[in-house]
Design a protein around this ligand. Structure first.
Ligand SMILES: Cc1cc2nc3c(=O)[nH]c(=O)nc-3n(C[C@H](O)[C@H](O)[C@H](O)COP(=O)(O)O)c2cc1C
Length: 387
């Protein structure tokens, strides 16, 4: 691992490179939790194929010497058109991963979204990255909504993402096959898996335990922080009777930017706009919820049409600078990226995350110049089509 950190520049040339190293470093159960999807993982593959099928038409002989990838989202200026997606239980994958992601994002001037399912409390991340963003799995209960919104606001967060594509937990067979369960169930098989990965066991497992004791899911409730072994966390995904009515309750109480994450239908985008959301994330949760769902890039331009001036973000399978550019050209204002950043955090914490961010920034810069555009807005005028 030390060798890897010393030679990040040579070992890891793009975001995809983190995955194969993480596969070796992480216990099989934990790697599977990050990499896996619902049912047969059809949507994970489909997300990559959909992006791959998009072709771009570059323009030439345009002065691109002042090319800038800066974007403005919810009135805030950011250095690049991508951000770190919310990911639950990250601090089990990499030591102090939520803090590492928040610090790396802050210093690179890109957004970081903390998950409700994180081990690290909202208040701690609010200090690491003031004005940072939060993604809630909210209980459909008015008093809980009120207290949760107050907690997120008091911690200094500026945007609330409601994760909407989790009416129930999905079918993750890969987790069952690998012995990963939530709540965590210690078994001989899991123990052996961990012992076979001593670098993870010491650098993450042991150090996390020493730092925090039993890891706790810290942000699903205004007060309760159930341990990862507790039965209470059976319901850490969504709640089946959560509906637009509850989303409106959050909207009314939350004074900052309010974004609904997990939209694929233009009709839902219209409903989000009508209920006063400031933005949406077109997403299939990285293939982790409904298997065989469309890829967001397949509905993005139709969603853009109904969005008006509402901010449109997108995720699921974006890895390359060209992927980000395709998303922007089809109407998105910025892109969320999940798994590669979590692998980076697991392999080398903040340093590896900074490396990952720099790699993607370089690719975006090169690709924007080759497309003949000087800013992200101009990408909207470029032609992108499905082959
Ligand atoms: C390990 C893991 C945990 C996740 N946990 C959450 C979560 O707590 N809340 C949420 O809204 N999305 C969650 N997601 C989905 C991501 O926010 C994002 O939509 C998805 O990872 C994007 O796809 P990508 O990983 O292919 O970039 C999680 C994804 C992963 C990989």
């Amino acid at each position: 691992m030390l060798k890897l950190l010393r030679s990040l520049d040579n070992a890891i040339l793009n975001l995809n490179d983190f995955e194969s190293l993480a596969r070796r470093h992480l216990p099989k159960a934990i790697f599977g939790y990050v990499q896996g999807g619902a049912d047969d993982g059809t949507t994970i593959q489909h997300n990559l194929r959909a992006l791959d099928r998009l072709r771009m038409v570059p323009r030439v002989l345009r002065d691109v010497s002042a090319c800038s990838q800066q974007v403005t989202l919810f009135g805030q200026s950011f250095a690049s058109p991508f951000m770190i997606a919310p990911m639950g239980a990250s601090a089990i994958v990499g030591h102090d991963a939520d803090n590492a992601m928040a610090r790396a994002a802050r210093s690179a001037r890109i957004p970081y979204i903390l998950s409700a399912n994180a081990i690290t409390p909202i208040e701690e991340i609010g200090r690491a990255y003031p004005g940072c963003w939060f993604a809630g799995y909210q209980k459909p209960d008015e008093s809980n909504i009120e207290r949760m919104v107050a907690r997120v606001s008091d911690a200094g967060f500026s945007a609330y993402f409601l994760t909407a594509d989790v009416a129930v937990g999905s079918n993750r067979e890969n987790n069952r096959r690998n012995g990963y369960t939530m709540p965590f169930r210690p078994t001989a098989r899991l123990a052996l898996d961990m012992v076979r990965h001593p670098s993870w066991l010491y650098r993450t497992g042991w150090r996390t335990f020493r730092q925090r004791g039993l890891p706790r899911i810290s942000n699903i409730d205004p007060v309760a922080r159930p341990s990862i072994f507790s039965r209470e966390i059976n319901a850490v995904t969504g709640y089946p009777h959560f509906s637009w009515k509850h989303a409106e309750m959050i909207r009314r109480r939350w004074k900052g930017a309010f974004i609904i994450k997990g939209i694929l239908s233009p009709e839902d985008a219209r409903l989000a706009r009508e209920m006063g959301a400031d933005g949406i994330v077109a997403s299939n949760h990285g293939g982790r919820q409904l298997d065989c769902a469309v890829s967001p890039v397949e509905t993005l331009s139709r969603i853009r049409e109904v969005c008006g001036d509402m901010t449109l973000l997108v995720d699921s399978g974006f890895r390359r600078g060209t992927d980000v550019i395709k998303g922007l050209a089809m109407g998105a204002d910025s892109v969320l990226i999940g798994r590669p950043f979590l692998y980076a955090a697991a392999l080398g914490g903040e340093q590896a995350l900074k490396h990952a961010i720099t790699l993607l920034q370089r690719e975006i810069h090169t690709d924007m110049c080759l497309m003949g555009v000087e800013d992200c807005q101009a990408l909207r005028e470029q032609t992108v089509f499905f082959e």
